[in-house]
Write a protein that binds this ligand. Structure first.
Ligand code: XLS
Ligand code: NI
Ligand code: NI
Length: 438
């Protein structure tokens, strides 16, 4: 069999003292943490769009900067088929159990939808074969509803009903192929579901349409017996000025308003949360508190660049916070740690893809181990529990149980005269405590 990454061996765990750039220092797939192996906890996934289809483009150059010797410079079906073994060799060498794709990442559009679907079916057949041979599975599938110019006004939120219909047909097919490939989930990221100006936008009508679209997707999922988890991926802006699924809270509000809460969880992406003015941990907490924490797109932004730079996560403080929250909410079930991340334009060699993923995986492995150690130590959780102890008995308990109203509370406050029971929040002490483990 042809090797696409010659000279790069299967990446092994060599431990923290290793100086080998092509080895894991912390990700030890079979090591057990809190009762599960690291592999089971983290459920890493490689994305087709950046890793297989990225060319190192930016706003100032659409010219390929990245060397990918297997590419023939075409967007043909033949090239699409040649790319499949590259992805699987990459995942196998890294020991990553999953991948994720948009329909148009894996197969090119034809001259009409019939031909496009045929192209997709052909590549899906190949993907299925390689999944079977390698044991690498599909974390989630999705549809690309933002590259083709037909989607310039959005897809499900387009002002043009023909576009809505076209998008519906595309998503119907994308769910079917995800089902065919035994995907653990399916993601809705609102590519251009938003607006550039309110001057030409009927927001209420667009949101109603988006909800109708998702209900149709839920119906179709049931009809074909697809058991994977549906997710919405929040993002506040880019490409539009305002994306409707702007953050976790906005998504949850939308899902509740339109009766969709039971059917979708959230796929939270680090750089999207920060673009929304939140931390990743904030959006994870919002999703987790609502029972909707599904999966994560692992990446990071750059504090000095205000766009979705999709960098690989290397900050241990960040991965520690993420894993603390994920463990707190019981860990991944259908979801995983999907590297929606790409190398910088300047990192143009295939080996850079390995460095990038190894770094991300090690950063998450450390985050996981540190989070587990913090949980085992127990001081952090105990502090938080203790901070709320006034709610466990007496008046606090009565409030939580709904036993008292304003009248009773007024009586209580009058008797109290003044509050004398406040305690320090101890933020600095807690920050120091976290640093003990990092
Ligand atoms: C774009 C999104 C996208 C989704 C999949 O910013 O992160 O890549 O994850 O459509
Ligand atoms: Ni993403
Ligand atoms: Ni993104």
């Amino acid at each position: 069999m042809k090797e696409f990454f010659p000279g790069i061996p299967a990446i092994k765990y060599e431990g923290p003292d290793s100086k080998n750039p092509l080895a894991f220092k912390h990700y030890n797939p079979d090591e057990v943490v809190e009762g599960k192996t690291m592999k089971e906890h983290l459920r890493f996934s490689v994305v087709y769009w950046h890793t297989m289809r990225g060319i190192g483009a930016d706003m100032f150059s659409m010219t390929r900067a990245w060397q990918r010797p297997w590419e023939d410079g075409t967007d043909s079906l033949a090239m699409a088929l040649k790319r499949v073994p590259v992805l699987f060799e990459f995942c196998q060498k890294l020991g990553v159990p999953f991948y994720a794709f948009h329909d148009r990442d894996v197969a090119p559009e034809g001259k009409n939808l019939v031909e496009t679907n045929k192209n997709l079916d052909r590549v899906v057949k190949e993907l299925k074969k390689y999944q079977k041979d390698t044991g690498v599975g599909l974390l989630w599938g999705t549809a690309c509803l933002f590259v083709h110019p037909r989607y310039m006004h959005g897809a499900a939120t387009s002002c043009n009903a023909d576009v809505f219909a076209f998008a519906a047909a595309q998503v119907k097919k994308a769910i079917e192929v995800t089902h065919e490939l035994d995907g653990a989930g399916y993601v809705f990221w609102g590519g251009r579901e938003g607006y550039s100006t309110l001057l030409n936008t009927n927001m209420k009508r667009e949101l109603d349409h988006l909800a109708a679209f998702l209900h149709m997707a839920v119906d179709w999922k049931k009809e074909i017996g697809f058991k994977g988890q549906f997710y919405i991926e929040p993002k506040p802006k880019e490409p539009t000025k305002h994306q409707y699924d702007s953050d976790a809270a906005a998504c949850l509000n939308f899902l509740r308003e339109y009766g969709l809460m039971r059917h979708l969880k959230l796929n939270i992406e680090t750089n999207h949360a920060t673009l929304a003015g939140h931390t990743m941990q904030h959006d994870l907490e919002v999703a987790g508190a609502a029972g909707a924490l599904g999966s994560i797109d692992a990446n990071t932004g750059d504090l000095l660049l205000g766009w979705d730079t999709d960098q690989f996560p290397t900050d241990i403080y960040l991965t520690t916070q993420i894993m603390l929250t994920i463990l707190k909410y019981g860990g991944f079930t259908t979801g995983g740690t999907n590297f929606d991340a790409k190398c910088r334009r300047e990192s143009f060699e295939p080996v850079d893809l390995f460095h990038a993923h190894i770094g991300g995986m090690d950063a998450f492995a450390r985050g996981l181990k540190i989070a587990a150690a913090i949980r085992k130590d127990g001081r952090l959780a105990q502090f938080v529990k203790n901070r709320y102890r006034s709610w466990d008995t007496g008046i606090g308990k009565d409030i939580e149980k709904g036993k008292v109203g304003f009248k009773e509370l007024e009586k209580y406050a009058m008797k109290l005269g003044e509050v004398t029971t406040n305690e320090s929040g101890r933020q600095e002490y807690l920050e120091n405590l976290i640093n003990e483990f990092i």
